[in-house]
Design a protein around this ligand. Structure first.
Ligand SMILES: [Zn+2]
Length: 157
């Protein structure tokens, strides 16, 4: 199952390679939080169709609500997808970039495994990987003091 999702993620990102944009365009907004070097290696796609993996196995594993959940954005490895109407919300970009770092630190297989387990055990709202992303985007949104999110994620996973 994990491998199947990993393969699906790879396919989705490959098929959007031509339309993705580099997160370097966000460098000024996220100055002090995300380094220019990191932003160069992350990407986003603006779309009205947020891609979601919809395997029967995932629904059997209790992730049906998550698959059907209406979201403004979602991250798959180094690329996140945002809805057109939410594409100008910096807080959303900030949030998804936390997930890019989590994918990177845990490696795709590790992230997928852990994310699924957290949704099963805690539900979306209380999943630790989500709580971390929401806490950090909230700090950014409330004009909190800049600090390296890369370092924070590395030290707090
Ligand atoms: Zn999230």
């Amino acid at each position: 199952m994990i491998e199947k999702i990993e393969e699906w993620v790879h396919q989705v990102n490959s098929s959007h390679r031509d339309v993705r944009r580099s997160c370097s365009v966000l460098a000024d907004h996220f100055n002090g939080f995300y380094s220019p070097n990191f932003l160069k290696t992350a990407f986003f796609v603006v779309t009205d169709e947020i891609p979601k993996p919809d395997f029967s196995g995932l629904r059997e594993a209790g992730l049906g609500d998550f698959i059907d959940m209406e979201v403004g954005g979602i991250t798959y490895n180094d690329t996140y997808y945002v809805k057109k109407k939410a594409a100008n919300e910096f807080r959303l970009h900030f949030h998804e970039l936390v997930h890019v770092l989590q994918w990177r630190e845990l490696a795709p297989q590790g992230f997928i495994e852990r994310y699924i387990r957290e949704i099963q055990d805690f539900g979306y709202d209380n999943a630790p990987l989500e709580k971390m992303a929401y806490a950090l985007d909230g700090h950014y949104q409330s004009k909190g003091r800049p600090f390296s999110v890369e370092q924070f994620v590395r030290e707090n996973l």
